[in-house]
Design a protein around this ligand. Structure first.
Ligand code: NAG
Length: 248
């Protein structure tokens, strides 16, 4: 309880620090607005990254905290490693992300900078002939709010180290959001989108030394029927995490 309150307070505090870069006026429906907010062109300048190479973005403002990262492709698989750097030697958060189809189900995540001058590297760890496109920029307030709302929408669910938790979604759900955090202990977990038994379409694996300062927040596109979100806490038993999973 206290722990949730702390996180919400953190989210609220960081939201106050955001500067608004452009007016968030959209004339589309709610569902389209959500999808549009993840379009790379809407996030910022997008960069093409060839296989086995990386791109680097600087986030120098300690008054801002949340960075929106989007990665897509022309429909080919994407394999990437997203790293948060604070200073030249420290990567307190690493996210490995995979999608079978980077057009239908792009990689959509928010990464916290811990209110420090930070950098984010996106490495295309896939083969040389599978380029990807990536964009990263401080998140707009509406996006930060969407994450904060998820944490108050339901009670969440504790997942002990080693345990698995799955949630099914019906065909009417177009996007699913997932947030995982801890009470400051390490967070080492995997989140998959499956379509049919053991047929995984997309997968994130996070490691951070402090799962309160760096929660994992991802948004899956979930076209079609039979979608399941499966969270596996990869950490040892004494490192529980809390999961919030809901349609957008
Ligand atoms: C990331 O990209 C660089 C090339 O810029 C490469 O040398 C490195 O091995 C890549 N992989 C990882 C896991 O960092």
């Amino acid at each position: 309880m206290k722990f949730t309150a702390t996180l919400i307070a953190l989210c609220a505090a960081s939201a106050n620090g955001f500067s608004i870069n452009k007016p968030a006026v959209k004339t589309t429906t709610v569902l389209n607005a959500v999808a549009t907010e993840w379009d790379l062109a809407d996030i910022g300048r997008s960069v093409r990254i060839e296989g086995s190479s990386r791109e680097h973005w600087e986030f120098p403002d300690p008054n801002q905290e949340i960075v929106q990262v989007g990665v897509d492709s022309n429909g080919r698989p994407v394999e990437t490693l997203i790293e948060l750097w604070i200073g030249p030697d420290w990567t307190p958060m690493k996210v490995k992300a995979y999608t079978e189809d980077g057009m239908m189900r792009p990689i959509q995540t928010l990464i916290g900078t811990r209110n420090k001058a930070a950098a984010i590297d996106v490495n295309n760890t896939g083969p040389g002939d599978f380029p990807l496109n990536a964009a990263a920029a401080y998140a707009k307030p509406s996006m930060v709010q969407q994450r904060a709302d998820l944490l108050t929408a339901n009670a969440g669910r504790y997942i002990e180290g080693g345990a698995v938790h799955s949630v099914n979604f019906d065909a009417s759900v177009e996007q699913v959001q997932v947030c995982l955090y801890t009470d400051t202990r390490q967070l080492n977990a995997q989140v998959e989108l499956l379509n049919g038994p053991n047929n995984f379409k997309q997968k994130f694996e996070v490691f951070t030394n402090n799962g309160l300062l760096n929660s994992l927040y991802v948004v899956f596109n979930s076209p079609g029927a039979g979608n399941v979100v499966r969270v596996t806490n990869l950490a040892p038993l004494e490192f529980p995490c809390k999961a919030f999973i809901a349609s957008v």
